[in-house]
Design a binder for this molecule. Sequence first.
Ligand code: KIV
Length: 275
Amino acid sequence: MSKQTQTARKTVKDIAAAKGATPLVMLTAYDAPTAAILDPHCDILLVGDSLGMVVHGLPSTVGVTMEMMILHGQAVMRGSDQAMVVVDMPFGSYETSAEQAFLNAVRIMKETGCQAVKIESGAYAAGQIAHLVERGIPVMGHIGLRPQAINVDGGFRAKGRTGDERDRVVAEARAAADAGAFCIVIEGVAEDLAAAITAEVSCPTIGIGASAACDGQVLVTQDMLGLFDWTPKFVRRYADLREAIDKAAAEYAADVRARRFPGTAETYSLRKQGS
Ligand code: KIV
């Protein structure tokens, strides 16, 4: 029998240990070469269903399928070897019942090899989370602004502006934590609400547009690399890849049209056979 190599990836224990300690670093990843670049810098790589928008050009995440998540999850697993890889459960893959959530989460884990799944968890999803965790599937919750619910909300709107909404977000956090989520993404809420939730739940919180009061941060990689003209207020751009790609494509096009590319360095020369 061959000796199994132990995984060197971060585990749920490592993530739990970060509560109140050094902030957790999470970025989204959707392909193998980008995952390989991000992997050494991150505790968690999230194969987010934002891929529908930032990779496939969809207007929202609602159209994302299981097949899309699995294909991108496989690529990210191939490109990385130390970060925990978490794959989003797409809209429609878990809401009906705990059984539906379990079967789809098992499929994602078996076909990608990822370590955990993420569920956009309204308070109703506590049953799904508990069912998965009890059966061996680590679940990351996602509360506050839940992009899969934009058609109910009427757009991408920050949450917790009214007392009722604030109570709802706190209830979502409690439900996810009590059901056994190992970590909770808080999206699009004000600092005091993120701070109150982070102080209350025992698992780490990871913020996106939720202030520095969380136990970690996540950004959509394409946003922070500056691939888009418009990004939400909470994004900090660490590069301007849009301009770099535009410039490179323009130079390439000019070289091809002027016959400067390919040059001799990029051209094979004929060698005589036997020499
Ligand atoms: O899909 C995604 O990329 C996400 C992050 C924004 C947290 O859920």
